[in-house]
Design a protein around this ligand. Sequence first.
Ligand code: SF4
Length: 369
Amino acid sequence: MAGIYIHVPFCKSKCTYCDFASYPKEIGKADLYFACLYKEIKAKAESLKNYEFDSVYIGGGTPSFVEPKYIFGAIKQLRNFYKITETAEITIEINPGTLTEEKLKIYKSLGVNRFSVGLQSADDRQLSALNRIHTAADFLAAAKLLKDENFSADILIGLENQTEEDVKKSIDLATDSGASHISCYALKPEEGTPIFGKYLNGDLPSEDETADLYDFAVDYLAKKGFVRYEISNFAKDGKVSRHNLNYWNRGEYIGFGVSASSFIGNRRFTNTEKIDEYTACILRDKSPEIFGEVIEGDEAEFEYIMLKLRTSDGFEFSDFKDRFGSDFRQKYAEKIKEVLPFIDIDDRRLRIKPERLYVQSEIVIRFMD
Ligand code: SF4
C-alpha cells in the first residue's frame, strides 16, 4: 500500500516561523493552480496503475482556506484515476478560523475522515506574535464542529516566554476539546523567516530550555493517556496517523503540486517550489520535478534506519533482512556498540530508548559511514 500527498500552497497570511511553500499573495492563481494539479494527477496515473493507496493527505499551506470546490476537484480526480481503498485514511489540514459547517460537510461527503488542526498555542498573545490568523477561541469553535470526528492538533514548543504552564494549557485545550492525536513540534527557527531574528537576539528559549519544555509535554501527554509513537507524535486509543507512519516505514508515496515530494520504486523526487514554474511546466506537458535520485545500497539502509528509529517501536531485524538481505546485527555490530547506551535491543528488534528520542538524529548519524 502507498500514500498520496496533495499540496495546497495558499494561506491567508504568513506565520513568522513558516518556511513551507505557502504564498498568501498568490491566491488569485488558485484556478490555474488547481487546473494544473488535476492535470498532474491524471498525467501520473498510468505509471501508478498497479498501486493501491490507503492514505491521502491534503496539506499545505492551508487547504481549509481555499474554496472547497478545489478540494472537491482534487479528491474526485484522485478517485477517477487511482485505486484508493475503501478504508483509506483521508486527512485534511485545517487552520482554525477557516473551517465552516459547510466546508466540513463537503469534506466529509468526499470521504475525508481525519482532520489535522493547527492550534500551536492556547495563548492568544503567542498566536498573535506568530502571526497566526486565529485565536484560541477559534480553535474551540473548530473543535466543536469536529467533535464527532477523528482530529489531531499541532502544538509548538519553544515559543517566546513560553512556560510549562503555557504548554500545559495548550495541551489541555487540544485534548479536552476532543483531539485524539497531538503533533508536538519543537520550534526550529529557519534562516530567512521573521522569527529567525528573534532567535538571533536571544528572545526565544535556548535549545536546552526547549528540550526541558518538550520533556514536560511528553510527560504531561502520557499522563493524559497519549502514547508517543514517533518523536513528535502522540496518539490516544490507537489513533495514529497511517499516512505519516508510511513515511517512517519507508513506504512509497506520490506527491502532487508545488514542492510535493515522492518516493516511488527506489526513487525520490520533488516538484518545484514555485507556483509559476509549476504551472508553466504542467501547461507545457513537462515534468515539474526539480530534483530526483535513486536510493540504493547502504544509502537505502541508512534511510530505513533513520526513518524507522523515529518511531517508538524501532524496527525488527527480520524486516531489515527481508528488505536488504543482510543480518543487521552482524553488519552493524560495531555501530551498535557505539550507541548501546541510547538504545533498547533484544533478539528481535532495536529501538531508541524513549527518553532519548528527542536527540534521535544525533544517535542515528552514527549508523552512517
Ligand atoms: S498556516 Fe502553516 S503553511 Fe500557512 S503560513 Fe502558517 S505555518 Fe505556513
